[in-house]
Design a binder for this molecule. Structure first.
Ligand SMILES: Cc1cc2nc3c(=O)[nH]c(=O)nc-3n(C[C@H](O)[C@H](O)[C@H](O)COP(=O)(O)O)c2cc1C
Length: 160
């Protein structure tokens, strides 16, 4: 079983949060974590992963174009993506700069890929995913790990 954690990041905030999400995945036995920037992800990575967690900076209230372009380009594998587990994370510049609209946009893509979409667990925030303004602080980093762990545990329940 494998969970792919993938992200776009220009200045490092989203990459840092991705590392914490991956740390959470790695806490779960028998589930491998593949951590990669979206530019290096292949269609095979999508196909071979049982869970996919995607993260983007907020660009003009939505996901970065680089992330959307890759998600668009993988449309050919969509028929084989059903029932994989999906989740999202995001970083913004401003507190009300569009974290939730971005998380929803990311989740919407995973939903249309046919995946089972989840938010972050109740012991994190119990909402749309993990997000922060600027670099992730200690609470956000811990919540990122909880999101990764949740997805890995669900993968194990569904596919193990
Ligand atoms: C082109 C561009 C558009 C942005 N648009 C927004 C925005 O709409 N709202 C916001 O809060 N921050 C915005 N930001 C700030 C980034 O979301 C923020 O700095 C983010 O943490 C960067 O992530 P990174 O360090 O992973 O690249 C924008 C940054 C860029 C470069």
């Amino acid at each position: 079983m494998q969970v792919l954690v993938t992200y776009f990041s220009r200045t490092g905030h989203t990459k840092e949060l991705a590392g914490e999400v991956a740390r959470g995945v790695q806490e779960v036995d028998s589930v491998d974590c593949l951590l990669k920037p979206i530019a290096e992800v292949t269609k095979e990575d999508f196909l071979h992963s049982d869970g996919i967690i995607i993260g983007s900076p907020v660009y003009f209230g939505g996901m970065a174009g680089e992330m959307k372009a890759m998600l668009d380009s993988f449309v050919g594998v969509r028929p084989k993506m059903a029932d994989k587990v999906g989740a999202a994370f995001a970083t913004s510049g401003d507190l009300s700069g569009g974290k939730e609209t971005t998380l929803i946009a990311l989740l919407q893509v995973l939903l249309i890929y046919g995946m089972i979409v989840v938010g972050d667990p109740m012991d994190a925030t119990g909402h749309y995913g993990v997000s922060c303004a600027g670099a992730p602080d200690a609470v956000t980093r811990a919540n990122g790990a909880k999101l990764g762990k949740r997805v890995a545990e669900l993968v194990k329940k569904l596919k193990g």
